[in-house]
Design a protein around this ligand. Structure first.
Ligand code: NAP
Length: 328
């Protein structure tokens, strides 16, 4: 199958490097970043483009936009990996809708459009007979949606609990390990490259809440929004609170939880037993799924990273290639 890749940052590069290094059977016919685009129906030389991007900051011609690639390139699957816009999902939302209207499958790591418009995109994809896959939007490399949809097929998913934000988890781990204040641990997280210059989305629990909305809507199709999430961040936690928890052989983690029967959607710092499966260290993510048949399943893994996130994208691409064959 042929793919077009929109966004050539950490994730886009990871996808292309993986395709260049492994014989996966997918060719790239379109590619775009914020400043340029490139279309070649006979297949793009990935290594050459990556080298050009590194040297010039552009992957293609300045006269070709990302929307030109989405509209005009000859591809089967659009890989949408441009930055997240949690306010209106744009311009990624328009890229996705345009591709689906052209009867192209969409694979994305972009949380904005999926959190804001999943129902609409899914309905459009169904109407056009194509797939919309977004494994990489929640917990990076961790294959939570594949697990729920394939591995746990036939189970009633009753609740989901997750440690979904690596930055918060890193800060909480360091506060517990070294007795650091929140401010000291945040500074360290910034120096390590885990926290953004503006960490608001992470430390106030907004990023975890967005992922919780995606989980709930994907698993139960209940059309919830960010406003439905009861949310408390970690930015007011004191070293004393952590020390008290540690004295009781517990610790504190930012837990995102969704419960099917009560409709509860909450992100908050929770005191949790140290030997609980959700107590993962550093920037790891973890998700526990409670079901009627399998009971509890916990998945742990890297929530971010170029190649790690590419793993989830490649999984979605190969799922589509297997399910839909050469052409939609
Ligand atoms: N990084 C991770 O570990 C991770 C994990 C899970 C999910 N995600 C999500 O995956 C997406 C990509 O993340 P990333 O870390 O790869 O981001 P990134 O490093 O910031 O790269 C973003 C890429 O998108 C391009 N871009 C910016 N505006 C664009 C536009 N209007 N149209 C087309 N392309 C545009 C940028 O172009 P230039 O190169 O010209 O600047 C850049 O190539 C985000 O939505 C992010 O939230 C990331």
């Amino acid at each position: 199958m042929k793919i077009a890749v929109i966004g050539l940052g950490s994730v886009g590069r990871g996808v292309l490097e993986t395709l260049a290094g492994k014989n996966i059977g997918l060719s790239v016919t379109g590619i775009a970043d914020s400043k340029s685009g490139y279309i070649d129906p006979s297949g793009i030389d990935i290594k050459k483009v990556l080298m050009q991007k590194k040297k010039t900051g552009r992957c293609g011609d300045a006269g070709v936009t990302a929307m030109d690639v989405v509209r005009e390139a000859d591809y089967d699957i659009l890989v949408e990996v441009s930055p997240t816009n949690a306010t209106d999902g744009e311009p990624a939302l328009s890229y996705m809708k345009t591709a689906i209207k052209r009867k192209k499958h969409v694979v994305t790591s972009n949380k904005g459009p999926i959190a804001l418009a999943y129902k609409e995109l899914k309905a459009l994809a169904k109407k056009k007979g194509v797939a919309l896959r977004h494994e990489a939007t929640v917990a990076g490399a961790v294959p939570v949606f594949h697990t729920v949809e394939q591995g746990l097929a036939g189970n009633d998913i009753r609740a989901v609990f997750g440690v979904l934000n690596g930055t918060c988890n890193y800060i909480l781990t360091r506060m517990a390990e070294e007795g650091l204040t929140y401010e000291q641990a945040l500074l360290e997280a910034r120096e390590m490259g885990y926290a953004e210059a503006d960490p608001t989305y992470d430390v106030k629990g907004i990023d975890a809440a967005i992922k919780l909305v995606i989980l709930a809507n994907t698993i139960w199709g209940n059309g919830v929004t960010l406003d439905d999430v009861d949310r408390t961040g970690i930015d007011r936690l004191t070293p004393e609170a952590i020390r008290l928890a540690e004295e009781g052989d517990c610790t504190i983690r930012l837990i995102a939880e969704a419960d099917k029967s009560s409709g509860l959607l909450r992100v908050s710092p929770r005191i949790i037993r140290k030997n609980h499966p959700l107590v993962v260290e550093g920037s790891l993510n973890a998700i526990s799924i409670e079901t009627d048949l399998a009971k509890e399943i916990t998945l742990i893994g890297k929530g971010a990273g170029s190649i790690e996130t590419a793993s989830a994208i490649i999984g979605d691409l190969l799922f589509i290639a297997e399910r839909y064959g050469r052409r939609p």
